[in-house]
Design a protein around this ligand. Structure first.
Ligand code: SAM
Length: 245
């Protein structure tokens, strides 16, 4: 396969993304630590702190593109093991790792795992108190469709939180970040999985993703109110919040 930097059409994007995550599922958690130098843990902690899930049973979160469960497990723990989290991912290999981790952490009773597409959620309208997605929306071919689905499955009063790589807004840091992502990340990817190309594709997808303000506008267009965002690490990542009111 050769999909380093050639233009990826919408229709062929999902198979490429799926290929990447099937390949890396078993080493995904290690890769995250290496590629973000551990920063992804801080960003995820900050996301869950902003969500501040209530410490009562019956509260339900849907974690889309939830992969190996990082966000879902943090939310359940933050609720003192009261909340229920549904981890949804299009990729069965990632979910299998997640399921195993849930067992090991003793969180199986608070979590379930659903293989489905963010663009077509297999849930009724008004089901969840919160919808989270971390480093996932960038991979979805039709972002507007995913946001419309998020809005649909949330209850009134429910909240969307979206953590994603964004536009670096600090001079100098942007240069360091470019160098890191174009040189180091594919190399780390190759060293750990034997294949650097899928990671070149992921780096490219970060560059193509709308910046903080444009993404906030997309969230508003999907119907969400009180849309705000905060930057982490100078904008390497941004967390967007919106409410279904
Ligand atoms: N949220 C996890 C985290 O932060 O560690 C995993 C993020 S991982 C970078 C991206 C995930 O998005 C992968 O597990 C991939 O399978 C999933 N994904 C890609 N396209 C998807 C889609 N259309 N619907 C649902 N999940 C998707």
């Amino acid at each position: 396969t050769s999909y380093g930097f050639r233009k990826v059409e919408e229709g062929e994007k999902q198979p490429l993304v799926n290929d990447v995550f099937h390949k890396v599922a078993n080493r995904y958690d290690l890769m995250n630590d290496l590629m973000s130098a551990g920063l992804h843990r801080l960003w995820k902690d900050a996301m869950v702190a902003w969500l501040n899930p209530p410490k009562r049973p019956g509260w339900k979160v849907l974690d889309v593109a939830g992969g190996t469960g990082d966000i879902a497990f943090r939310i359940v723990e933050a609720s003192q093991r009261q909340a229920h989290a549904t981890v949804l991912d299009i990729n069965g290999s990632m979910l299998a790792v997640g399921r195993e981790r849930a067992e090991k952490l003793g969180l199986a009773a608070n979590t379930d795992f659903v293989e489905a597409n963010a663009e077509a959620l297999p849930f009724a309208d008004d089901t969840f108190d919160a919808y989270t997605i971390a480093f996932g929306i960038r991979n979805v071919p039709r972002i507007e469709v995913a946001l419309a689905e998020a809005y649909r499955v949330l209850k009134r009063g429910g909240r969307l939180l979206c953590l994603e790589f964004s536009e670096v807004e600090m001079p100098l840091l942007d240069k360091v970040y470019e160098a890191w992502s174009f040189n180091a990340i594919p190399k780390i990817g190759k060293a750990v999985t034997g294949d650097g190309e899928p990671y070149s594709y992921l780096v490219e997808s970060i560059r193509k993703f709308p910046n903080q303000r444009n993404f906030a506008a997309m969230i508003s267009r999907a119907g969400f109110d009180r849309v705000t965002f905060r930057n982490y690490s100078g904008g390497i990542a941004a967390l967007h919040s919106g409410w279904k009111l």
